[in-house]
Design a protein. Structure first.
Length: 254
C-alpha cells in the first residue's frame, strides 16, 4: 500500500509538470497521457483492494497437503518440495475475534499419513497463503495450531504461525515442525478411539486458532491475539489447558 501511494504522488507530480509544459513543447503529450493512464490503474487497484473491518466477516480455509503425485492438482512449493492439496475446509469467521476452526474427522482420515501438511488461507482480492506445517512425525501428532493474521488499515499484510517448542523441549520428538505435539499413542489413539465411537465431532480432529493483529479499515487496533491459548502463563505441553486446546481433554470453555 505504501508503494502504491508513493506511485500516486509521483504520477501527480508528473501530471503537473507535463501539463505545464504541454503547450510549450508538444513532445510531452505522450508522457502526459501515459501518466494519466498509470494513475488511473493505480487508483483502481486501491479502490478494489478488499479491506477488513473489526466485527466484519472473513472467508478462510484450512487445507491438507501431500507431496505432489499428479499433474492436475492445486499445488504449492515449500523449500523445493512440491505439495498438492487433497482437502480444503472453508470457514467464515469474525474479524478480531479468536476463531476455533476444527476439521471434523481429520484424525481418522489423515493421522496415519506421516507426509501430510496443514496450510491456512485468507481469501480477499489479495489472497494470503501460509507456509505449510507438518502434521505429524513417527510418534507425535500436532493437535492444534495458532494462526496470526496481520492487517494494516484493514488490508491483509501477512500470515504467521504462532510457533515455538519451549513447552516441550524436554520431551524427545514432541516438537513437530516447531510446534509442540501430542504423543500419538498415549494422548491421541486411546482418547480418540473412545471419542470417535461416542462423539461424532472427532475430538482429536485438527484445530486452528485464528487471531488478528494490526489495525482495521478504520484504523482501530486489533486485540484478539491476547486470546490465544499460548498467551496464558500456564500453557505447556503437560498442562490441562494445552490438552484441552489440542482436543485430548474436554472443558466447558472450549
Amino acid at each position: 500500500t505504501g508503494k502504491k501511494l508513493s506511485l500516486i504522488i509521483i504520477t501527480q507530480v508528473f501530471l503537473i509538470v507535463s501539463s505545464n509544459m504541454f503547450f510549450a513543447n508538444r513532445s510531452f503529450w505522450l508522457l502526459f497521457w501515459c501518466v494519466v493512464a498509470l494513475s488511473t490503474v493505480v487508483n483502481a487497484q486501491l479502490a478494489t483492494t478488499e479491506s477488513f473491518k473489526r466485527g466484519g466477516t472473513a472467508l478462510v480455509a484450512v487445507n491438507f497437503l501431500v507431496p505432489k503425485s499428479t499433474e492436475n492438482s492445486t499445488s504449492f512449493e515449500e523449500e523445493g518440495l512440491v505439495l498438492e492439496r487433497i482437502s480444503q475446509t472453508l470457514f467464515e469467521i469474525e474479524v478480531d475475534k479468536m476463531a476455533r476452526l476444527e476439521i471434523l474427522n481429520s484424525f481418522s482420515r489423515f493421522s496415519l499419513n506421516d507426509s501430510i501438511y496443514v496450510q491456512f488461507q485468507l481469501f480477499s482480492n489479495n489472497t494470503l497463503t501460509s507456509t505449510p506445517k507438518l502434521y505429524r512425525n513417527d510418534s507425535f501428532i500436532v493437535g492444534s495450531w495458532s494462526m496470526i493474521v496481520t492487517l494494516r488499515n484493514g488490508r491483509p499484510l501477512g500470515l504467521a504461525w504462532d510457533e515455538g517448542c519451549k513447552e516441550c523441549e524436554d520431551i524427545e520428538g514432541a516438537c513437530v515442525d516447531n510446534v509442540c505435539a501430542l504423543n500419538f499413542l498415549n494422548d491421541c489413539t486411546k482418547e480418540c478411539s473412545k471419542c470417535i465411537l461416542s462423539d461424532p465431532r472427532d475430538r482429536c480432529g485438527t484445530k486452528v486458532y485464528v487471531v488478528w493483529v494490526g489495525s482495521d479499515s478504520k484504523g482501530i487496533g486489533l486485540l484478539s491475539a491476547g486470546s490465544l491459548p499460548s498467551a496464558f502463563g500456564r500453557f505447556s505441553l503437560n498442562s490441562r489447558l494445552y490438552r484441552v486446546a489440542a482436543g485430548a481433554e474436554r472443558a466447558a470453555f472450549y
